[in-house]
Design a binder for this molecule. Structure first.
Ligand SMILES: Nc1nc2c(c(=O)[nH]1)N[C@H]1C(S)=C(S)[C@@H](COP(=O)(O)OP(=O)(O)OC[C@H]3O[C@@H](n4cnc5c(=O)[nH]c(N)nc54)[C@H](O)[C@@H]3O)O[C@H]1N2
Ligand SMILES: Nc1nc2c(c(=O)[nH]1)N[C@H]1C(S)=C(S)[C@@H](COP(=O)(O)OP(=O)(O)OC[C@H]3O[C@@H](n4cnc5c(=O)[nH]c(N)nc54)[C@H](O)[C@@H]3O)O[C@H]1N2
Ligand SMILES: [Mo]
Length: 762
């Protein structure tokens, strides 16, 4: 165990809270001002504008923010980005630097006492750095030496399964492909990724019911849908460009329903900052119906609505459900209908937390319409019964025949900009055997066949001393994972931890006995290899693969691309390799040729990718050609959720502010929610505050309960908020310390970050 005394959780100290009005409206002039503030602080206004002009353009680079797609046709000359895309790029293109001198001055113990905000603001890492077993200070190391240390350690393991290789979702297709290939050549499937904590529940539910773990809609479908339901998602903050699609849908007469324990800005009114007319008009009202569901009351709500729809269908057969579609394309319909018939309607209404009148209005809308899209994100996926909830979403779409036709379908809105592509490239701890066969045949290697560890399993294995080496291709494993104290100690059991990173974060401080930081170039930067300037590709939330090419000078001349880093490690690990790693690093076209030969849908990759807007990957659900037995989609039976907590306790969800990208804290404000300059807050319903004899802005402590265990986090200020009764919200990652490692979703093993039973004390 590493004996450095580092702090695993962020300091429990306050900034200085100021409360303002909650914003009804998203974007508009305040968004422009906020973006420009971040840009000028991090890289200066002129350089900033130059960078922004290249973002999401056909000849430019893909925004490192979210995975929302770009328009297929003309791109706006004013720029294709949003406020939070600007912050993402400001953070990446910052001129601040973490140099060897910086790390000589500040020990890991010292930095670990800083807030995540302060750690991130230190800037871009400029050189490979090494933390020796006996030292508290990183020192510079050559790339060659760093690769040798890794190669030696890997070659001395008693089994390749003693190494774990994590991926965060920013990694390009080409780098992800090389990474998983390296890991499989080494002999393990230990490839956990951020998906395990994110949309794994969606992938699990969709694969089982529709034969593909991805969404089925395109951007155009959103524009022409009759109804879009947005569940468990905060697009105004996390996918701001989605608001333009919702606005287009409304212009075409569509209705928007949002289902959330809190009314998020932007679900209400959206002002397109790139459209002067929209600014003058004061924006579009986006939302038609807002249903303030209790946390994890979604499955109850869906069942209540399906019950009412079935009633209407029984009265007018064939008028509500699409029986032709059901007969031709689905199985298990009778079982599903029997289950809905048996639903205790009043119980379902009560558990949803929504009034019967509102549920009836929602059902009426669905009864009438034929083209329905459901969008969702973490509010559905991070629950114990997440897979069941998403399967119920699929049931709703199937009865309406709302899959595989224009204006209808599933829309799990992805997080990281290439998280979907990484999976397509084989970053998965449970690989498909056909894919492994292809790799074996194409590369003359032997692939391991046993499933590897996912994120939670990897942490438990570290805790049990079964992992000697942990490597992360991006991300911030320590802060993103549940049960921070447990995870931190587990990580410190490793002999060597390796982080391929752009910016400093807590995972560089809470490490194994030895640690390496391998700094890489970022999306917006030029990548020059032996054969010249390279580009990379990414896959967005709608399965479109397209090019991304950086054009700015790397933050430091010592940086390497993720591809070169993987090739360097592979060359240092394998003596007589049948795979030519150097050729791949010298020319990414060669990587793409390998991808073309081994992954369906990528045939002629190097030609197809030259199309300016990229190309669509095959998607069976989109064509009603379900990749399941008999090519049929499957109805499922899903019980109501168990949402019990002890009397006086609350259900807590951990959410993102408007000023962060996961564990990267851009700033201290949550502007749309009117919470300024403080992250240690707890959002609470006014009547709950009164009934608990608490007060606004009072300082409280939180204890979480699970399976007889307790965890505690101190110092949060109460913010009265319009949140469903019995529910509270805090920010991720400050409260990850309260998320129990064993509290995971059934089947997907995703940490339950949106349903934590807590007691509030003072
Ligand atoms: N600017 C910015 N963009 C991002 C990110 C970021 O941190 N910053 N992160 C990226 C990543 S990796 C991801 S996965 C996505 C995350 O995007 P989101 O899923 O939008 O992110 P969260 O903040 O987790 O918000 C969850 C939403 O679900 C609601 N919710 C919570 N529990 C429930 C529930 O039980 N039922 C319902 N119906 N709603 C619930 C919350 O109130 C909140 O509005 O965004 C991506 N884009
Ligand atoms: N309690 C709670 N926990 C959660 C969640 C939640 O809602 N609640 N959400 C979960 C979700 S949805 C996700 S996706 C995970 C996120 O988990 P991660 O993906 O592990 O975390 P990030 O904060 O996105 O990682 C940020 C770091 O990535 C590095 N980085 C940025 N760009 C690049 C790049 O181009 N290359 C490389 N190599 N590195 C780069 C930087 O060093 C930066 O510090 O967290 C999960 N954890
Ligand atoms: Mo995510």
């Amino acid at each position: 165990m590493s004996n450095r005394k580092v702090q695993i959780v962020p300091p429990e100290e306050f900034s200085s809270l100021k409360l303002t009005e909650r914003k009804e409206k998203a974007a508009g002039i305040p968004a422009l001002i906020s973006s420009m503030k971040h840009i000028s602080e991090e890289l200066g206004i002129w350089q900033g504008i130059k960078v922004l002009n290249k973002m999401n353009q056909k000849d430019g680079f893909d925004c490192p923010g979210c995975a929302w797609p770009d328009p297929d046709g003309k791109r706006s000359s004013l720029g294709e980005y949003c406020e939070n895309g600007v912050k993402a790029i400001a953070e990446e293109a910052t001129t601040k630097k973490v140099t060897p001198e910086f790390l000589k001055k500040h020990s890991v113990e010292e930095i670990s006492k800083w807030t995540d905000y302060a750690i991130g603001k230190a800037g871009r890492i400029t050189e490979p750095m090494y933390l020796k077993e006996s030292s508290s200070y990183y020192e510079p190391i050559s790339w060659k030496k760093a690769f040798e240390i890794i190669g030696n350690k890997l070659n001395n393991l008693s089994s390749p399964d003693e190494a774990v290789f994590y991926t965060s979702g920013r990694t390009s297709n080409e780098a992800a492909y090389m990474y998983q290939l390296f890991v499989r050549q080494l002999g393990t499937n230990n490839l956990p990724d951020c998906s395990n904590m994110c949309h794994e529940s969606s992938g699990t539910a969709l694969s089982e019911t529709l034969g593909i773990g991805k969404g089925s809609v395109t951007l155009e479908d959103l524009h022409i849908a009759e109804v879009i339901v947005v569940m468990g998602q905060n697009p105004g903050t996390n996918h701001p460009r989605m608001l333009s699609a919702l606005e287009k849908c409304k212009e075409n007469g569509g209705k928007i329903i949002t289902i959330n324990p809190i009314p998020e800005a932007g679900n209400n009114v959206f002002i397109d900052p790139q459209n002067p007319l929209s600014i003058i008009k004061g924006g579009e009202k986006i939302n038609d119906i807002f249903l303030q569901v209790k946390i994890n009351g979604d499955i109850a709500l869906l069942k209540a609505v399906l019950y009412l729809m079935l009633e209407a269908e029984t009265n007018q057969p064939g008028k509500v459900f699409d029986l032709d579609f059901i007969n031709e394309h689905c199985i298990n319909y009778d079982e599903f209908i029997n289950d809905i018939k048996k639903t205790d309607f009043n119980k379902a209404v009560a558990e949803s937390g929504i009034s019967e009148t509102e549920i009836r209005a929602f059902a009426e809308l669905l009864i009438e319409k034929k083209k329905i899209i459901v969008c969702w994100a973490m509010g559905l996926t991070q629950h114990k019964n997440a897979v069941n909830t998403i399967r119920e979403v699929v049931n709703l779409l199937l009865v309406k025949g709302s899959i595989g036709k224009p204006g209808a379908g599933t829309c799990p809105v992805r997080g990281h900009s290439n998280v979907q592509g990484d999976r397509t490239m084989g970053i998965w701890e449970k690989p498909n055997p056909d894919f492994l066969n292809k790799l074996e045949e194409h590369f003359s290697i032997q692939c391991p066949r046993e499933d590897g560890y996912d994120a939670v399993e990897a942490i438990k294995a570290m805790n049990e001393n079964k992992v000697r080496v942990f490597m992360a291709m991006g991300g911030n494993f320590i802060s993103a994972t549940p049960d921070s104290e447990y995870t931190g100690k587990a990580m410190q059991n490793c002999d060597l931890t390796i982080q391929v990173s752009t910016k400093l974060n807590r995972s560089h401080l809470v490490t194994g006995k030895e640690a390496l930081i391998l700094p890489c170039i970022s999306r917006s930067e030029t990548d020059i290899q032996a054969t010249g300037k390279q580009f990379i590709t990414v896959e967005n939330s709608m399965g479109i693969v397209h090019k991304s090419k950086g054009s700015f000078d790397p933050a430091s001349p010592h940086l390497q691309s993720e591809h070169a880093i993987i090739a360097g490690i592979a060359n240092a690990t394998f003596k007589n390799s049948p795979i030519n790693w150097t050729a791949m690093k010298d020319d990414y076209n060669i990587v793409r040729n390998h991808i073309a030969a081994t992954i369906p849908g990528f045939e002629n990759f190097n030609e197809k990718v030259q199309q300016p807007s990229g190309f669509y990957l095959p998607n069976g659900a989109r064509e009603r050609n379900f990749n399941l037995p008999d090519k049929k989609a499957k109805f499922t039976v899903n019980p109501l959720a168990e949402n019990k907590v002890a009397k006086d306790n609350f259900i807590m969800m951990t959410i993102r502010t408007h000023d962060q990208y996961n564990t990267t804290i851009y700033g201290m404000d949550d502007r749309y929610r009117g919470i300024i300059n403080e992250r240690r807050v707890i959002l609470m319903n006014k009547s709950d505050i009164e009934e608990s004899n608490l007060q606004a802005e009072q300082i409280v402590h939180l204890t979480s309960f699970f399976n007889g265990e307790e965890r505690i986090a101190h110092n949060f200020k109460i913010v009265p908020y319009n949140i469903a009764k019995g529910c509270v919200a805090t920010y991720f990652p400050e409260t990850n310390v309260l998320v129990p490692i064993d509290s995971v979703a059934d089947k997907s093993n995703t940490p339950v970050s949106k349903f934590i039973e807590v007691a509030i004390s003072h």
